[in-house]
Design a protein around this ligand. Structure first.
Ligand code: FPP
Ligand code: ZN
Length: 316
């Protein structure tokens, strides 16, 4: 009897990503236009995992990225928008993936990032408007590491700030005292892993909290009592991988859950089976499958969410 196990719909996913740029008259395109640079990073990384970077027009992408850079060195999510750390990391990741970091003046990017650190607390703001969040500590550290400029920020202070965001359950929140959340945990563990300070993590306690995120349907949630969501196949799994506790969850059931969230007509992966696919859940579904050792996907680096090909080339 033929196997009914779902398969990864590689070609459909490539077509789904290829078609994203053609949907300029759709509502979704306009609602997400401020995130365009993030979208390019998600799409490009998904294609890199699938070994299909050839689908992107490299020069078109670079021209767009360069048009999003501001005089203060930061990048915005689209041409003419305000610069922000989140888009700055995406820009740097895209250029790193395309082996084109030499196309920007990285000293200006470094200046933008270092000026967003609070010298007292070690925390980072996302932009000039001052919102503080552990996501921005991660983004700053990842960005500086990719640009070989970690010595330009106060890493010890940043680690101190992350430790102030640690909770009794071993997890981390967005600011000191905020509840543990798997997205923020990825950020804190990722930052600590990049700067070789995992010694400050309560590894078994946090590993336990993370593996408790797996529900009976195989999917992972981001916090207790929340619904399962394919993107947590990245936030939770990458954290477990960095803590060397990936074997604490059921791989087969999670693979089945992610594959069940694929759109088997138009391609792409949704947050959960039956929902509409988008490029965000597509890249994190594929990256999760890569961490789970799914065949014929490139290995992903859990610290950076880029393929190992890219991080190895950068010497990371
Ligand atoms: C959940 O968000 C995810 C986070 C809070 C982490 C976001 C991390 C970054 C932006 C850093 C850059 C990331 C990479 C991969 C390079 P959500 O708003 O979906 O949370 P919810 O499920 O609680 O709504
Ligand atoms: Zn999600």
């Amino acid at each position: 009897m033929a196997s009914t196990k779902p398969q990864l719909l590689r070609n459909l996913h490539v077509e789904f990503i290829r078609s994203l740029d053609n949907k300029k008259d759709s509502l979704e395109y306009h609602l997400t236009s401020h995130l365009k640079l993030n979208g390019v990073y998600w799409g490009l990384t998904a294609l890199d995992l699938l070994g299909r970077l050839d689908v992107f027009e490299k020069e078109d992408v670079i021209t767009f990225i360069l048009a999003c850079q501001h005089s203060n060195g930061g990048f915005s999510g689209n041409v003419g928008h305000d610069p922000h750390l989140l888009y700055t990391l995406s820009a740097v990741q895209i250029l790193a993936t395309l082996d084109s970091l030499d196309r920007i003046d990285s000293a200006r990017v470094v200046d933008f990032v270092k000026n967003l650190q609070d010298p007292e607390s070690g925390a980072f703001c996302g932009d000039i408007y001052g919102e503080v969040d552990t996501r921005f500590v991660y983004v700053a550290i990842s960005c500086m590491s990719i640009l070989s400029s970690l010595d330009q920020i106060d890493v010890d202070k940043a680690v101190e700030y992350i430790n102030r965001c640690k909770n009794f359950d071993g997890g981390y929140g967005s600011v000191p005292g905020a509840e543990s959340h798997s997205g923020q945990i990825f950020c804190c563990v990722g930052a600590l892993s990049i700067v070789n300070r995992l010694d400050t993590v309560d590894i078994d306690k946090l590993g336990w909290w993370l593996c408790e995120r797996q529900l009976s349907n195989g999917g992972l949630n981001g916090r207790p009592e929340k619904k399962e969501d394919v993107c947590y196949s990245w936030w939770v799994l990458s954290s477990l991988a960095m803590l060397d506790r990936l074997h604490w969850i059921d791989h087969e059931k999670l693979i089945e859950f992610i594959l069940g969230a694929q759109d088997d007509e138009a391609g792409g992966i949704a947050d959960r089976p039956g929902d509409m696919a988008d490029v965000f859940h597509t890249v994190f579904g594929l990256a999760g499958l890569s961490l789970l050792g799914y065949p014929d996907l490139k290995p992903v680096d859990p610290r950076y969410c880029m393929t190992r090909d890219v991080t190895k080339r950068l010497g990371l």
